[in-house]
Design a protein. Structure first.
Length: 244
């Protein structure tokens, strides 16, 4: 390796560290803003669901999801792709309850694990469905949720839930899965719907990020789009009306 090549490599590393640090600063600022400006009742909501295992453990991200489900206009349902043990499902269900209208459609084949392919059990022997149902029942939220134990593509084949005002995609974190999940629900998006992609993290999930970026460039997701910590939120024009 020549000195020039080594210097170029070090410069690239420094630039990447700078970009990562800048994103962390933006994430921290977003966290402070959204926690301070989010719905006043969110603290009680968070405490209510905190006993449920799984993911969605960042308050600043979760308050955004709660506020969207509660305050987005429209009469359509809230759809979640990727439920696992029901933690984010419970947050969405409490938002629907606070709104006084609507339902949550929770889509997941319940093959266990996280959004990574290697964590899935294709046989279904490690199903997370019983534990998810138990969690929602224990929290008094099961009656607000329509559970689809299926992939989004299969669930869309027999869709009976009407228009969708909020779509939260948190299934497998691969390029093909993200494209398929969005395409499955796309025909049912209501006018003014908002789409949220979880774990929009270029270094950890490059396939997911590429899929989302292509959907944005193709104009298939609602505009404008904004990155909020680990979320890519598409379609919100007036945040002041959401965070009330």
């Amino acid at each position: 390796m020549t000195p020039a090549t080594a210097a170029t490599g070090r410069l690239a590393t420094v630039r990447q560290v700078g970009r990562d640090l800048g994103q962390r600063v933006r994430d921290e600022l977003n966290s402070a803003v959204f926690e301070l400006r989010g719905p006043a009742e969110f603290r009680a909501v968070w405490e209510h669901v905190d006993s449920v295992g799984g993911f969605s453990r960042e308050r600043a991200d979760t308050v955004v999801l709660y506020a969207l489900a509660k305050n987005l206009p429209g009469t359509g349902c809230v759809v979640e792709i990727g439920s696992f043990l029901g933690r984010s499902t419970a947050v969405l269900a409490q938002a629907v309850r606070g709104r006084g209208q609507g339902r949550v459609v929770a889509i997941d084949p319940h093959r266990g694990g996280s959004g990574d392919v290697d964590s899935q059990d294709p046989t279904g022997a490690a199903s997370t469905l019983p534990l998810m149902r138990h969690n929602l029942h224990r929290l008094g939220l099961l009656d607000l949720v329509d559970i689809e134990c299926a992939t989004a593509t299969d669930a869309a084949g027999t869709w009976s839930h009407g228009p969708v005002r909020l779509l939260f995609i948190d299934g497998l974190h691969t390029y093909d899965a993200v494209q398929a999940d969005f395409a499955a629900v796309e025909p049912h998006l209501d006018a003014g719907a908002v789409v949220v992609f979880d774990d929009y993290r270029p270094r950890q999930y490059p396939g997911l990020v590429r899929a989302v970026d292509e959907l944005v460039l193709a104009g298939r997701v609602p505009a404008p789009t904004r990155r909020i910590n680990r979320y890519r939120v598409c379609g919100v024009r007036q945040w002041r009306e959401i965070l009330r």
